[in-house]
Design a binder for this molecule. Structure first.
Ligand SMILES: [Zn+2]
Length: 154
């Protein structure tokens, strides 16, 4: 399944980033998925849930942001949604339109969970009054990898 390999790739990138930031858990992951990427959001969500088990992303909230496919005609300059499946020809001109958006497959946002992992959440140590419980930390997706934040895509 296409979505499973995408989920596995995204999870390994995010796990690596969480490890580098010293976080044992990831609270929120937001993926940006173009409607022309061929990814079925519900299949991705399902695959993510399975692939995240036994990783730092287990139980993380997955948000999926869909990006509309848009294209522009290089001849007349008209910009319009491509639709799905995409219509890539400009009807009046007969020219091939350039796709502007809709192929995204990116990690848009990651929040790390800095809550100390504890068997017994109620009985932590004496510094319980500091209000740091449940703190999350936002990670700039640009920091996720030295490479781009694009998920490998077949
Ligand atoms: Zn045109």
């Amino acid at each position: 399944m296409h979505e499973l390999s995408i989920a596995v790739a995204a999870i390994s990138q995010i796990e690596e980033a969480a490890e580098r930031h010293g976080a044992d858990r990831v609270a929120v992951v937001r993926l940006r998925i173009g409607e022309l990427s061929g990814v079925v959001p519900e299949a991705l969500r399902f695959s993510f849930g399975i692939a995240a088990e036994a990783t730092r992303l287990a139980g993380a909230r997955l948000e999926i942001e869909t990006v509309e496919g848009r294209a522009r005609c290089p001849v007349c300059g008209r910009e319009a949604p491509t639709g799905v499946p995409p219509a890539l020809w400009c009807a009046p001109c007969g020219a091939a339109r350039d796709v502007l958006s809709g192929r995204e497959l990116e990690i848009a946002r990651v929040e790390l969970d800095d809550t100390p992992v504890s068997e017994d959440a109620g009985a932590s140590d004496a510094t319980g009054a500091t209000g740091v419980t449940g703190a999350t930390r936002k990670v700039n997706p640009a920091d996720l990898t030295r490479k781009a934040n694009h998920v490998p895509h077949r």
